[in-house]
Design a protein around this ligand. Structure first.
Ligand code: NAD
Length: 249
């Protein structure tokens, strides 16, 4: 039990095959009380109920400050604290640079980067008061290698922004014992890739990964539990690569 009685808020946590829900399940199995925040259509209450009655689902769009603040207020009202924030919500779009419209840019940058900022702003005061906290944000190998497999350049930029914001917040919040880290997944088989790659294409990609497979959501969940727990007590400002060796740098 690495997270006994810790309270964890996971954004974008209701996707049944997603990294957020895999993380929610693993954190719950390690004793955490998990709050899943997601869009209404993803039905976060139902997904949280599947984990058991200790857990909570809240509806909230990470891009809308009033919704973020209301969701965080619900968490504090029920549990009185927040120990872990996983900024996981994110969307991607395959685009060439010249084809990125302003609304594409806004959509992709907003969910990953504005969302990370708004939800972090909402939880930081509670973590500072507690003098402890762990904030984990999903970047991507796309930020490091200039494009992943599916995301356009605006996605790479959003995920590179996540790394910059992570490092700056880590420096600022270290004195309050609030740790801030990022995870850079490689290609993980979730709904974000569904229907966009054939089985043959996935096999070709897997052959280029030193571990000879695509990632599973559980691979990223394990990294999240490490960064959330005291096992990583002296890690802040880091980017943890979970990519099977796809990018070794
Ligand atoms: P997913 O599509 O399965 O899950 C994303 C979740 O975010 C969904 O539940 C969705 O409803 C939610 N969401 C979208 N917009 C939201 C908003 N405005 N407010 C609140 N919730 C919102 O995707 P996934 O593959 O599990 O990806 C999770 C994170 O990991 C994303 O940030 C993604 O960019 C990142 N990532 C994924 C991969 C991969 O290969 N799957 C690789 C690198 C990084």
């Amino acid at each position: 039990m690495l997270l006994k009685d810790k309270v964890a808020l996971i954004t974008g946590g209701a996707g049944p095959n997603g990294l957020g829900y895999a993380t929610a399940k693993l954190m719950a199995s390690h004793g955490a009380k998990v709050v899943i925040m997601d869009l209404a259509q993803a039905d976060p209450a139902n997904k949280a109920a599947e984990l058991g009655s200790d857990h909570l689902g809240v509806v909230g769009n990470v891009v809308i400050k009033t919704e973020v603040n209301a969701a965080v207020a619900q968490v504090l009202e029920r549990y009185g604290r927040i120990d872990i924030l996983v900024n996981n919500a994110g969307i991607t779009q395959p685009r060439k640079t010249v084809d990125i419209s302003e609304s594409d840019y806004d959509a992709v940058l907003d969910v990953s980067l504005r969302g990370m900022l708004l939800v972090s702003q909402a939880v930081i005061p509670a973590m500072q008061k507690q003098k402890s906290g762990s904030i984990i944000s999903m970047s991507s190998v796309s930020a490091q290698r200039g494009g992943g497999i599916l995301g356009g350049p605006h996605y790479s930029a959003a995920k590179a922004g996540v790394l910059g914001l992570t490092r700056a917040m880590a420096r600022e919040l270290g004195p309050d014992n609030v740790r801030v880290n990022a995870i850079a997944p490689g290609l993980i088989a979730t709904d974000i890739t569904k229907g966009k790659l054939s089985e043959e294409q996935k096999e070709v990609i897997a052959q280029q990964v030193p571990l000879l497979r695509l990632g599973a959501a559980a691979d990223v969940a394990g990294a999240c539990v490490f960064l959330a727990s005291d096992l990583s007590a002296y890690c802040t400002g880091i980017t943890l690569d979970v990519n099977g060796g796809m990018l070794i740098h």
